[in-house]
Design a binder for this molecule. Structure first.
Ligand code: DGY
Length: 409
C-alpha cells in the first residue's frame, strides 16, 4: 500500500492502473484504516475531489499524467480543461468505507469532522444515481458502460454488447504491455468500450441527462445495484448519527423501491439473480458470481438464499478455490480471463459477508479460507485461477492488500 501511495491516493497497481480508481480507492481506504487512519480519510477526500458538480464520482481521477494507461485524460476529454477524470462512474462503495472508518476510529473527533464533510458528498452521489440512472423510477439503476460495473468483460454483457462498432480513431492498448492477453478482454471488446466512450463524448461531453437515453448499452448490473443498496443502508446509518431525519426518509424510499426493483432480477429456473438488458427487457443468460451479491445487499428472500447457496455449493465443488466469477460448468468459463472465470478477493468478501448475514457460516468460512490460501500461495495479485490457485493480472495489487488487512487478518 505504501509502495502504491502516490501522495494522498493509492494507485491500484503501478503501470497497469496508474491513476486513482473509484471503487478500488474506497476498498483501499479500509485497508489504510488498519494502520494509518489519517491516510485512510485522505484517500476518500482525494477521491471526492474529483466529484462532478452534478454529484457523479468518476471511475478514474487523473491527478497527474501517465503514459502507461489507455484511454487516458487526452482521450476522455471531459469538460474540465485539461481533462481530470473519466466521464462515467463505478460501483458506489464509498459510503461503506466511511461507515467502516467511523466505526473503527481511534480518533472520534477526527472521524466526526470527516463524517460531517464527507456526508453531503456521499448523499449527492447517491442522489445522482437515482436521478441520472433511474429516471424512469424502477428502483434499480442502469450502467451505460461495462467499465461502470467494474466487471469489464463479464459474460453478462455479451448479448448487450452486440451493437455495431463505430469507425474509431486509431489507438494502441497499454494493458497488454503489463498483462498477458489471455488474461485481458479481447480486441473486439475493447473496440466496443471505445465506441461507447466516443459516443458519450459526442453527447455534449458526457451530459448525464442525455447518456441514459442515447447509450446503445443500458443494463441493470447486479454488482452496482447490490453495492448501492448496501451503501444506502450505511448512508442511512450515518444520517442517523448526524440526526438528519429527512434524509433518512429519502434513503428509506430508495431502499423500499430497490427491494421491489430486485424482484425483476430473480430467475427462478436457475435459482440465481441475473443482470438485465434494459433495452430488450431480457435477463442476461449468464451465471456470474455477482448473482450472489443480493445476499450482501440483504434483498434476497430466505427461499432465494437457499437456492443461491445450493448453486454456490455446486460451483465450489468444481474448483479448488472459490468463488469463480462465472459458473465453472458453463461453456464460456475461462479460468484466467479477467471477469470470465477468475476469483476476485473483493467479490469473495462481499459474498462471504452476505452469507454470514443470512446464517450460512460454513460457506462464509470456506470462502474466507480460500481467500487466505490464494493470497498466501500466490501473493497480492489482481485475481486468481480458481483451478490452480495461480495469481493472474496485475501484481502488488492495492485492493487485494487492503482486503488482507481489513478482512483476512
Ligand atoms: C481497465 O482499463 O481495465 C479498467 O477496468 C477500466 O476502468
Amino acid at each position: 500500500m505504501r509502495m502504491n501511495d502516490f501522495g494522498g491516493y493509492t494507485v491500484p497497481a503501478q503501470g497497469l492502473y496508474p491513476f486513482q480508481w473509484n471503487w478500488d480507492s474506497a476498498i483501499v481506504s479500509a485497508g489504510w484504516a488498519v494502520f494509518d487512519e489519517a491516510r485512510a480519510w485522505e484517500e476518500l477526500e482525494k477521491l471526492f475531489s474529483g466529484q462532478w458538480e452534478d454529484g457523479m464520482v468518476p471511475s478514474i481521477v487523473f491527478h497527474r499524467p501517465s503514459n502507461t494507461y489507455f484511454p487516458g485524460p487526452d482521450i476522455w476529454g471531459t469538460p474540465q480543461k485539461p481533462s481530470k477524470s473519466t466521464g462515467i462512474t463505478q460501483p458506489p462503495v464509498a459510503a461503506l468505507s466511511v461507515r467502516f472508518l467511523y466505526e473503527h476510529t481511534e480518533n472520534p473527533e477526527l472521524a466526526e469532522q470527516k463524517l460531517v464533510s464527507l456526508f453531503p458528498k456521499l448523499l449527492a452521489w447517491h442522489r445522482w444515481w437515482y436521478k441520472a440512472r433511474d429516471p424512469e423510477n424502477t428502483g434499480v439503476v442502469a450502467i451505460l458502460h461495462p467499465w461502470e460495473s467494474g466487471m469489464d468483460n463479464s459474460p453478462a454483457w455479451d448479448e448487450s454488447m452486440k451493437f455495431p462498432i463505430d469507425k474509431l480513431p486509431r489507438y494502441v492498448r497499454c494493458d497488454l504491455n503489463h498483462v498477458d492477453s489471455c488474461m485481458r478482454p479481447t480486441q473486439e471488446t475493447y473496440d466496443r468500450y471505445l465506441t461507447l466512450l466516443h459516443r458519450f463524448k459526442a453527447a455534449n461531453f458526457y451530459d448525464p441527462s442525455r447518456l441514459y437515453w442515447i447509450s446503445p448499452f443500458r443494463v441493470t448490473d447486479l454488482c452496482v445495484n447490490s453495492i448501492l443498496i448496501r451503501a444506502n443502508r450505511d448512508l442511512r446509518w450515518l444520517a442517523l448519527r448526524l440526526e438528519k431525519d429527512d434524509i433518512v426518509k429519502e434513503i428509506d424510499e430508495w431502499l423500499n423501491k430497490g427491494f421491489e426493483g430486485f424482484k425483476q432480477l430473480w430467475d427462478e429456473d436457475s435459482g440465481l439473480f441475473k443482470c438485465k438488458d434494459q433495452l430488450t427487457g431480457k435477463l442476461a443468460n449468464a451465471p456470474i458470481s455477482a448473482a450472489f451479491l443480493p445476499l450482501f445487499a440483504g434483498v434476497a428472500t430466505k427461499e432465494q438464499a437457499d437456492k443461491l447457496t445450493h448453486n454456490l455449493e455446486r460451483w465450489l465443488g468444481q474448483v479448488n478455490y472459490g468463488v469463480p466469477s462465472m459458473d465453472p460448468e458453463d461453456h464460456r468459463f475461462e479460468p484466467l480471463r479477467y471477469w470470465r472465470g477468475p476469483v476476485w478477493i473483493i467479490m469473495n468478501w462481499m459474498i462471504s459477508n452476505g452469507l454470514r448475514h443470512y446464517g450460512y457460516d460454513e460457506l462464509a468460512d470456506r470462502i474466507k479460507d480460500d481467500s487466505i490460501s490464494l493470497t498466501t500461495k500466490a501473493g497480492l495479485r489482481e485475481y486468481f485461477d480458481p483451478l490452480t490457485g495461480d495469481g493472474a493480472g496485475g501484481r502488488n495489487f492495492s485492493w487485494t492488500a487492503a482486503m488482507c488487512l481489513a478482512w483476512l487478518d
